[in-house]
Design a binder for this molecule. Structure first.
Ligand code: FAD
Length: 407
């Protein structure tokens, strides 16, 4: 069962349960089936609380997910005699699918025998396309308006989320599921080669999915939506790769300190984007790559480039540059709390998504669920939204109980 399916089921079943304080070594609900005890070789490690103070918010960022109902664009076209390979429109999955998507794009760009390649864009998709083209023996120049840390990719959560807002079920072509699986598996495999490196660009961390408050639920603020909430039929594909990621396991009630009825645990990849994007830039430069700062206004501007094969990775920028009206911006804001090296986990609680990264603790609140930020291109940070999220986080930690120590 994936996290989203789990959350939907948990939300409905939690409402039916009575709320009882956790008493160590006694079951919370005598009648309810309980998770089996954890084996001694797999205990819950110490869960250090996050110092949830509004004045520890050192940065608030906004990013726009470049969503296309039919999924990312990976076709080719000729522009003034040049081969343009598109590689944009990855919604909330751009980092996760980057290596796999760029593998497809690079194969197409090299198909004419060209070994001098232009990459437009220096975000997740541009950098991975450029590096893969170099590894295939090409000389590569990146042309981009911005580069990390200014690009939108630098403002992502940094989690393995390969089917997050990637397409609508009704609009994705029948071949897309297989292509998605190919991209996800290729990316997953490539990410393993970045583990254990200095700076920890990529690492695994435990994630907890919390449901069913003990005590009165901490209220979720419900600001009035500016427009009616749309019915969004996002496609789900995670089940296609269930064999490569650890599954969710329910933890026994008193094995963890979270003040909730149900706590599930899994382990997933996290991307420490500050270090990871620097590592990608360094890899690109070491292999002889060059970056030029350029802004293109129309496709015909590409005529000026010396290269005949171009991989186009402008993300949300493609909406204006290639007049792609199918792109919908899905706004997402992150409040960044000062990193705490001892905090090395993430969790989902109601509509809070927390991930402790090396470069900051991500506090993300989706107050309108999956419809949050839909068709909203406002990139101005809303400090009040992040402060509300930190206050809910503080309220949760204020109820934390010490876990039963392992004998
Ligand atoms: C809040 C939030 C959280 C997210 N979390 C995750 C996550 O945990 N995991 C995940 O996998 N994905 C996540 N995403 C999605 C991910 O961030 C995007 O899919 C990804 O950043 C898209 O990368 P990109 O390279 O296509 O675009 P960008 O990062 O926007 O890069 C585009 C590049 O093109 C350049 N450019 C644009 N227009 C022009 C132009 N006209 N001329 C020249 N250059 C141009 C830009 O300067 C930039 O260099 C998240 C998104 C948001 C909003």
């Amino acid at each position: 069962m994936n996290r989203r399916t789990f959350l939907q089921q948990a939300a409905s079943s939690a409402a039916a349960l009575s709320l009882t304080a956790c008493t160590p070594r006694k079951p919370i609900l005598a009648a309810a089936p309980q998770a089996p005890p954890l084996p001694p070789y797999d205990p819950v490690p110490p869960i250090y609380p996050i110092r949830a103070h509004e004045d520890r918010l050192f940065r608030i960022t906004v990013c726009l997910r470049p969503f296309r109902p039919q999924g990312p664009r990976l076709d080719t076209e000729q522009v003034a005699g040049k081969l343009v390979v598109h590689n944009y429109g990855h919604g909330g999955s751009g980092w996760s699918l980057s290596w796999g998507s760029s593998t497809i794009a690079v194969q197409k760009a090299l198909s004419n025998g060209d070994r001098d390649i232009a990459v437009i864009g220096c975000g997740a998709l541009g950098l991975t396309s450029a590096i893969l083209a170099q590894r295939a023996g090409a000389r590569v120049t990146i042309y981009a308006k911005q580069r990390p840390p200014e690009v939108r990719s630098a403002r992502a959560t940094g989690s393995w989320t390969p089917d997050s807002r990637i397409a609508f079920t009704k609009d994705a072509p029948p071949t897309f599921a297989a292509q998605w699986e190919q991209m996800a598996r290729a990316s997953w495999s490539m990410y393993q080669s970045y583990l254990g490196l200095p700076g920890n660009p990529i690492e695994y961390s435990d994630r907890y999915v919390l449901s069913g408050d003990l005590g009165a639920p901490i209220p979720i603020p419900t600001p009035q939506p500016t427009s009616p909430r749309p019915e969004l039929g996002f496609a789900r594909y995670e089940h296609l790769i269930a064999d490569i990621t650890p599954h969710l396991e329910e933890l026994p009630p008193c094995s963890h300190p979270f003040p909730v009825q149900h706590c599930h645990r899994t382990t997933s990849l996290q991307f420490n984007v500050a270090d990871y994007s620097r590592q990608l830039l360094n890899d690109f430069y070491i292999a002889g790559g060059k970056i030029e700062t350029v802004e293109f206004h129309t496709p015909s501007d590409l005529i000026t480039l010396p290269q005949k094969a171009i991989i186009h990775c402008t993300g949300y920028g493609a909406k204006a540059l290639f007049n792609d009206a199918s792109i919908v911006p899905v706004r997402g804001q992150i409040g960044w709390l000062i990193p705490q090296p001892e905090v090395n986990y993430g969790f989902y609680y109601q509509q809070l998504n927390i991930l402790a990264r090396r470069d900051g603790i991500v506090v993300q609140s989706s107050e309108q669920g999956e419809a949050s930020g839909w068709n909203d291109d406002n990139e101005t940070p809303d400090r009040a939204e992040s402060e509300r999220a930190v206050r809910r986080l503080a309220a949760l930690y204020a109820r934390m109980k010490p876990p039963v120590t392992h004998a």
